[in-house]
Ligand binder design. Structure first.
Ligand code: BES
Ligand code: ZN
Ligand code: ZN
Length: 442
């Protein structure tokens, strides 16, 4: 075996009270064409994660980690693996600090820490109960996380009155069933030396709780709908991460935040609402609310003249049926944007898979009895993820737009071996890697 400066020799083990040895699998496995990821990186994430978790369970509070030849992946495995949401429990797991063993690739190690902490921020927001992470609390948390980067970041927490002025009738039709006020969160990260450079626009679905509204969901597993702001969480966390990394790129982030609740004031099936762009929408199912709030956010986003628009949403149960937790679905009108997102996902191992935007699906949402559009496809169970994407497309004029449906990757049971069970924070690292790629290409 080839050795590098960072390799831990077994003779050194005597310096430590406790050592976890982990296997990394095949040497130089590299990028796998069929798996669409870098197997070496995934193996390192998995092995380091397992080692760190084992030591944490043994109540070891400080761990030195070997770089395993890829310090960034090792750091990601350590920080992602150790994350556990126990803020609200009296009994907590041992707090573990990690450190790179040796001096090889400190830069890669630090980068891996920042990427993983970004994903952990999204996990924290998604896992937290909906009575803690309300729209107002979500916005406040992100504001606090961005405070150290005030020189490059501006934040607007747009209140209900602003949303009304903007004539975001689709967003308001969702929020009106709840007593909790909506917030339209707008983040500007100005990292490019050229302040006039058109920004990357990231838009995230921010339903802090999705009961379904009057089209009430069944009660089994309804608690998971506290994570229906996963799009907003991953988008905002990726902007916090981009700011920490000082990526030389401009990014605008938008997150329409509200609850979807049934009440005497809630939208009813068959109601017709008007989106910001003047299009009318018949709301036949109040549980298809994500596309309504995103419609207005996408319309608004065009004022920034973005170079690309990427929206991220836990949009449809049908996406989970199609791909499960293997990959986020990407619906895009741009081969270039697809290439960028796909490249990023091969590096991070948090995969994406391209899905269709056929006119076939558009016809099924533009055929509405009372309005321009219907918020559900007319063959409602068939191709549900695709009809939802076709609906969003009606609010986009930009040539480079991608919609990521992350419903399938929202939570982790045991499929991703380096994440504990719970809300996943996926695909935050892919969004960061994608933004870093854009920064690199100027
Ligand atoms: N938030 C849900 C989608 C979802 C389901 C995300 C499961 C994560 C896990 C979304 O608002 C929704 O309820 N969609 C409906 C659409 C249908 C009414 C056309 C769905 O998927 O059933
Ligand atoms: Zn819903
Ligand atoms: Zn939803």
């Amino acid at each position: 075996e080839e050795e590098d400066e960072g390799t831990l020799h077994l003779t050194e083990a005597a310096d430590f009270p406790c050592v976890a040895l982990v296997g990394l699998g095949k040497n130089n496995a590299g990028v796998c064409r069929t798996e669409n990821w870098d197997t070496s990186k995934e193996n390192i994430r998995q092995a380091v994660s397992a080692g760190c978790r084992l030591l944490q369970d043994l109540e070891v509070s400080h761990v030195e980690v070997d770089s395993c030849g890829d310090a960034q992946s090792a750091a990601e495995g350590a920080v992602l693996g150790l994350f556990h949401y126990d803020q609200l429990k009296s009994k907590k797991k041992t707090k573990v600090t990690t450190q790179l063993h040796g001096s090889a690739d400190v830069v890669g190690w630090e980068k891996g820490i920042v990427y993983a902490e970004g994903q952990n921020l999204a996990r924290l927001l998604m896992e937290a109960p909906a009575n803690h992470i309300t729209p107002t609390a979500f916005a406040k948390t992100i504001e606090e996380k961005l405070a150290p980067h005030a020189d490059r970041v501006t934040i607007h927490k747009r209140p209900q009155a602003w949303i009304e002025e903007q004539q975001m009738g689709a967003f308001l039709s969702v929020s009106k069933g709840s007593e909790e006020p909506p917030v339209f969160l707008e983040l500007h990260y100005n990292g490019s030396p050229d302040s006039k450079q058109p920004p990357l626009l990231l838009v995230g679905k921010g339903i802090t709780f999705d009961s379904g509204g009057i089209s009430l969901k069944p009660s089994a597993s309804m608690d998971a709908m506290r994570a229906d702001m996963g799009g907003a969480a991953t988008v905002c966390a990726s902007i916090v991460t981009a700011a920490s990394l000082k990526l030389p790129v401009n990014i605008v982030g938008l997150a329409p935040l509200c609850e979807n609740m049934p009440s005497g004031k809630a939208t009813k099936p068959g109601d017709v609402v008007k989106a910001k762009n003047g299009k009318t929408i018949q709301v036949d199912n109040t549980d298809a609310e994500g596309r309504l709030i995103l419609a207005d956010a996408l319309c608004y986003g065009h004022v920034f003249n973005p170079r690309a628009i990427v929206n991220v949403a836990t949009l449809t149960g049908a996406m989970d049926v199609a791909l499960g937790s293997a990959a986020a679905g990407v619906f895009t009108n741009s081969d270039w944007l697809w290439e960028q997102l796909h490249r990023a996902s091969v590096v991070t191992g948090d995969r994406v898979w391209r899905m269709p935007l056929f006119q076939h699906y558009t016809k099924q949402v533009t055929d509405s009895q009372l309005a321009d559009l219907n918020n559900i496809g007319k063959y409602s169970r068939s191709g549900g993820a695709c009809t939802a994407a076709a609906f969003l497309r009606e609010f986009v004029k930009a040539p480079h737009w991608a919609h990521l449906d992350i419903a399938g990757v929202m939570s982790n049971k045991d499929e991703v071996p380096y994440l504990r069970k719970g809300m996943s924070g996926r695909p935050t690292r892919t969004l960061v890697e994608f933004a870093a790629g854009l920064a690199h290409n100027g």
